[in-house]
Design a binder for this molecule. Sequence first.
Ligand code: SF4
Length: 335
Amino acid sequence: QVCPRLGIREFDMRDHVLPRAEGVYEGLFGRYRRIVAARCKDPEILGRCQDGGVVTAILCYGLREGLFDGAVVSAADETMPAAPKPKVVTTVPEAIASASSWYTYCPNDLALADAERMGLRRVCFVGVPCQVTPVRKIQLADPSFLDNGRKKPKHIERQTKFLKSFGDIVSMTVGLLCTEVFTYEGLMVEKIDREMGVPLTEIKKFNVKGKVLIYKKDGELVEMKLRHAQEYARPECHHCGDFSAELADISCGGVGCMDWTITILRSEKGEALFDDMVRRGLLETRSMDEFENSMKVLLRLTKKQRDRVPVPPGRTPRYVRPEGYPPVPADPPAG
Ligand code: SF4
């Protein structure tokens, strides 16, 4: 029902999640209302965060103002060095402590079960595109198929709750731009720890800017060619065509720039929250005219990601790409 790669794809859910309306544009990277470069002004967040800190600022603002009663994020796993784990945060200090990205897979959706158990009802979900899509699929799932005429009402009720509740508690989705993530065993243990000799316990954070940047706790910066890291990419990612979290309320990533977050405001709700933050002086923004390179990289990576998805046997390219998308050389011949 909710697998991001089986059944309906992101681009075919646009009409349900982000319907066409005045002020909604449709680009290569999905529907959106506005795209800006933004940076948070809170020095505490900036000291810990990735790029412009917009995602963490959104969480802090939402939690402080009571817009969210919790958030699902990736946070440092205290039992494994340089590894993330899915986590529910309910306070501003917890949100700030979870800032920054890890680049190994972290199944954030699983923490929705914790959020549900905790009784949260207005959760901000932060995740990569393949995690935002299942949330949307849950929210859109029609549970009527569960009633086959033979089940008892209490069974239907229990199954409906199981199918819908993890999505119903999500009030805002923030998607993180993503081209691939890497295996922990391969990139962290084999490459960085064993081969490069950087102990994982000494790593403070990572970033990817055309190359992998490894920030150590002692202040040293170690660089690695991106293609060396890509040897450890999860194979599943090669089947993913959604670079920019097309179904999120807001999509964020530091694409093609340093210290700023390229922020795609997609839904009315997402745009309103962002504008409130700007009005209150929590964020500074710049026009994308000043971030021409970021726009170019965003478009290039979106296309590259869309093109890389192989057409499954017995299917046509339309199954993996939107209507009217130009032919991709690797696609099987038509007919
Ligand atoms: S590339 Fe796609 S499948 Fe891989 S982690 Fe990112 S969003 Fe998920």
